[in-house]
Design a protein around this ligand. Structure first.
Ligand code: PAF
Length: 284
């Protein structure tokens, strides 16, 4: 695997492959790779001739009081994991390669409405940072295919809308969340948890499962279920940010009679913010 730090280097190697008709897949990441990321690379490997992973801790998607400075940067370990997973190129630019005129001068890409809901309410500007960098990565790499994890459900939905609205010729493929044995969704931020917090963390997945169970047993009082789920999180020692039962189609609050649903949640354990979700088909 080759590690490239500049846009010019990446474009140069990829243009050769494109000319010879090779299918290129991109796996965008912020590094500190775990089994969830490696699964994305494996899917990319099985779908494309050339696999590119990117590692860029994108300052634009962090709020002023968030963990940009402490976000784990583990390039050497990540390189080894990517190499072992069969990645061909790692694109690891620095901030000035991606934002040469600084973040304040950067043209932004914003998906309205969806970016303001749920995680977007708690983290204003976060999704605009995500769509801006993902759009740039798509333009830099021009992949045929890009792979994202389903843990970041709202992010995935927003990226699909951006690609559709801006007619970006990239197929978006999603991969199911990879979990620890106790059900906790793998996330780079799990590394922030102390022993006690780590022991409490699976309550998130358990709460989602209980809510899904209640829905499949015929309880469609979604607002009541949301508030019960928040109480369950609190009882387990988490501070709920939100639990929302929404339609998969537009992520708006589910109403009685809606069938394809997803439960989205975010909660804090100490200073660490975790997210998770669970799809459920509801037969009325
Ligand atoms: O999901 C992530 O790791 C990031 O939001 C992404 C898509 C790599 C953009 O920085």
């Amino acid at each position: 695997m080759q590690t490239l730090h500049t846009i010019a280097e990446l474009r140069s190697v990829l243009s050769e492959h494109r000319r010879s008709g090779k299918k290129i897949a991109l796996v965008p990441t912020m590094g500190n790779l775990h089994r969830g990321h490696i699964k994305l690379v494996e899917v990319a490997r099985s779908e494309a001739d050339i696999v590119v992973a990117s590692i860029f801790v994108n300052p634009l998607q962090f709020g002023p009081n968030e963990d940009l400075d402490s976000y784990p940067r583990t390039l050497q370990d990540d390189q080894k994991k990517l190499q072992d997973a069969g990645c061909d190129y790692l694109f690891a630019p620095n901030n000035s390669e991606i934002y040469p005129e600084g973040r304040d001068q950067q043209t932004l890409v914003e998906v309205p409405m969806l970016s303001d809901l749920y995680c977007g309410t708690t983290r204003p500007g976060h999704f605009c940072g995500v769509t801006t960098v993902v759009c740039k990565l798509f333009n830099i790499c021009q992949p045929d295919l890009a792979i994202f994890g389903e843990k970041d459900y709202q992010q995935l939905r927003i990226i699909r809308k951006m690609v559709s609205d801006l007619c970006i010729p990239v197929e978006i493929q999603s991969v199911a969340t990879v979990r620890a044995d106790d059900g906790l969704a793998l996330s780079s931020r799990n590394g922030y948890l102390n022993e006690e917090e780590r022991a409490a963390a699976p309550a998130m997945q358990q709460t989602l499962q209980l809510t899904c169970q209640a829905i499949s047993q015929g309880n469609h009082d979604f607002r009541q279920l949301e508030s019960e789920a928040e109480s369950q999180l609190s009882a387990a020692g988490l501070i709920p940010d939100y639990v929302r039962i929404v339609r998969r189609s537009d992520l708006l609050p589910a109403q009685a009679g809606d069938s394809s649903l997803v439960i989205l949640t975010a909660a804090y354990l100490g200073p660490t913010r975790l997210i998770d979700n669970c799809e459920i088909d509801c037969n009325s």
